[in-house]
Ligand binder design. Structure first.
Ligand code: SF4
Length: 215
């Protein structure tokens, strides 16, 4: 009994240090969205998210405790076998300290991308930051200066107003995307198309992996 308690505490310390991470799944596929759409990449999906988007398509990621704390070295070894482009996603990966994982991936000379809501402080070394802000829990300030792309998910018309508010906070090189939320894509895509033609600083991002029926 005492032994298992100590061991649980040790796991929790290692998770706090970012040396173990709640790994939900890892897979090699094609990046379907945003600037790198069409690029083969290895995805590392970490569990844990408390942002609570009602349309979230990975709700099974929310409870970190349902995903096994996994050593970063084994995650990195697996990733390096498949691709030189690694996408860290979630869940919300910035709930965890990303320094150890990204340092280990960099030691293998891999390109590291993150997909984040920005709701937690930015940690880690990134070659590409995709910031996808959510109304429920807005990004931490510093990430707006670092984001390479801003990807706003559009579920209804008000999301276009939110998109402009968020775009105003980004750096001047940040590429701006509007992406239809999948379950309402038939309804919102025509609205996004009209909006982008009228406001060409924005681009359309589609979840092409879902059209291709790949993960
Ligand atoms: S931030 Fe991402 S993972 Fe978290 S609830 Fe929203 S869509 Fe789901």
């Amino acid at each position: 009994m005492v032994e298992s308690k100590v061991s649980t505490n040790e796991v929790s310390v290692l998770v706090d240090q970012g040396l173990l991470l709640p790994l939900m799944e890892e897979f090699y596929t094609i990046q379907g969205e945003g600037f790198h759409q069409g690029t083969a990449a290895y995805f590392i999906r970490l569990g844990g998210c408390d942002v609570g988007c009602h349309w979230c398509d990975v709700k099974e990621s929310w409870n970190a405790e349902t995903h096994p704390p996994t050593g970063i070295q084994s995650i990195v070894e697996n990733a390096a076998k498949y691709s030189d482009t690694i996408v860290v996603t979630g869940g919300e990966p910035l709930m965890w300290d990303m320094h150890p994982l990204t340092e280990a991936l960099k030691a293998k000379n891999l390109n590291i991308h993150i997909e984040t809501s920005g709701a937690y402080p930015l940690t880690g070394i990134w070659d590409w930051i995709c910031l996808s802000p959510k109304k429920n829990k807005l990004p931490e300030g510093r990430i707006y200066d670092k984001a390479n792309e801003l990807k706003v998910i559009v579920y209804n018309k008000h999301d276009l107003i939110f998109a402009e508010q968020e775009a105003a906070k980004t750096n001047k090189n940040c590429i701006l995307y509007l992406q239809p939320e999948w379950s309402v894509r038939d309804k919102v895509t025509p609205m996004i198309v009209d909006y982008v033609m009228a406001n060409p600083k924005w681009k359309v991002s589609l979840q092409t992996h879902k059209y291709l029926n790949i993960p």
